[in-house]
Design a protein around this ligand. Structure first.
Ligand code: SF4
Length: 366
């Protein structure tokens, strides 16, 4: 993954961001055409596999347990229902499924085993699988990689300087460590930010600088506009102008010519013309489906109409990297072996009891 050597400092990036808008879009469009097919836009779906009840305090997030929002907490979805949703997303044109769980961090428990099975199953459907599960260590990253995970999403959200104004329950450094763990396991990185949280333009540039300073910048950079949700500390933030979104997309495209820039949350506040300028400026992915985790998003049909009008075509899965090979998960195999042994023992004991003439005791309730 390359960075653009012409914009490798804060000053140069800030100057770029503040260029006259159409000049900026033209430069971004020119670079976009050198590295990507400008008609292709990937449709991705985001599925909340475990909703709400999160112990963190991210100021923008309605899933944090400490805020009173109208998000209802749900436990982890079953593997079968995830497969059903994935098939539905694929039938509607999505080539990537991002599964999000509202966890502070991954824990080595049955829920994580189930996520491993979900990753395997969705990878088998020939879709790119991305997960966003909070912080994770290197061993957990390796298990996800072996399950067939294509990308791990872990957003830096904003600049290091502004981060503490929005989140206090973990450090910027923790985020960088998780990204590093995904990288070490050979998983591609999806990491981006949110604009409109009250940050200065310098913080948007600071976010991009964090990626510039990485040995390998993210393959995928989602750009979100805050969706201010009632009950969260950021509920009163004014929506940003769509021009700011276009500027941020264009600046990101120019700074990271090879990465996929994803036009993510906040599209419902943009009109089609604004989104068209984002595609022109290098956005090559959208999230499709009427929900983005818990916030509203345009419906599949509206996006299909937009694609027709703008002459966009959905990008196929694995256009930017090979499909991961699934390796059987030792921990799950071990658990299944033990479960099968236990079942066999119980069956043998009950067969023996029958042979010896023991009948189960009948309890009569008067
Ligand atoms: S953004 Fe993620 S970590 Fe933060 S509160 Fe929401 S679910 Fe929890």
């Amino acid at each position: 993954m390359k960075v653009n050597p012409n914009y490798d400092s804060r000053e140069k990036l800030l100057e770029l961001y503040n260029k006259p808008l159409l000049e900026l879009v033209f430069e971004a469009a020119t670079i976009h055409r050198q590295y990507h097919n400008p008609r292709e836009v990937q449709m991705s779906s985001l599925l909340s596999i475990k909703t709400g009840g999160c112990s963190e305090d991210c100021g923008y997030c309605p899933q944090a347990a400490r805020y009173s929002t109208n998000v209802e907490a749900h436990k982890l979805m079953t593997v079968d229902s995830v497969i059903e949703q994935a098939k539905n997303a694929k039938a509607n044109g999505s080539s990537r499924l991002c599964m999000g769980a509202a966890w502070r961090e991954v824990r080595d428990n049955k829920d994580f085993d189930n996520v491993i099975e979900m990753v395997q199953a969705v990878n088998d459907l020939e879709m790119e699988v991305c997960c966003t599960l909070g912080m994770m260590n290197e061993d957990q990253a390796v298990r996800l990689k072996n399950a067939g995970l294509f990308a791990y999403n872990h957003n830096l959200d904003s600049s290091k300087e502004f981060y503490g104004d929005v989140i206090s329950t973990r450090e910027y450094e923790d985020r960088l460590n998780t990204i590093d763990n995904a990288r070490k396991a050979g998983i591609t990185v999806c990491s981006g930010g949110i604009i409109g949280m009250g940050e200065a333009v310098e913080d948007r540039i600071g976010l991009l600088m964090s990626y510039m300073e990485m040995e390998t910048p993210p393959e995928s950079i989602p750009i979100n506009a805050l969706v201010a949700v009632e009950g969260t500390p950021l509920e009163d933030q004014k929506p940003i102008e769509q021009w700011e979104m276009i500027r941020m997309v264009a600046t990101t495209r120019i700074a990271f010519p090879e990465s996929v820039v994803r036009l993510s949350a906040g599209r419902t506040k943009m009109n089609m013309e604004g989104q068209a300028l984002c595609f022109m400026a290098g956005a090559s992915s959208i999230f499709a489906g009427d929900k983005l985790l818990t916030t509203p998003n345009p419906e599949f049909n509206e996006d299909k109409e937009m694609f027709d009008i703008l002459g966009l075509i959905p990008k196929a899965a694995f256009a930017d990297g090979e499909k991961p090979v699934t390796i059987p998960d030792e921990k799950i195999l071990e658990r299944k072996r033990k479960e099968a042994e236990r079942k066999a023992e119980v069956e043998a004991a009950s067969a023996k009891a029958k042979e010896e003439g023991f009948e189960p005791r009948k309890i009569t309730i008067a």
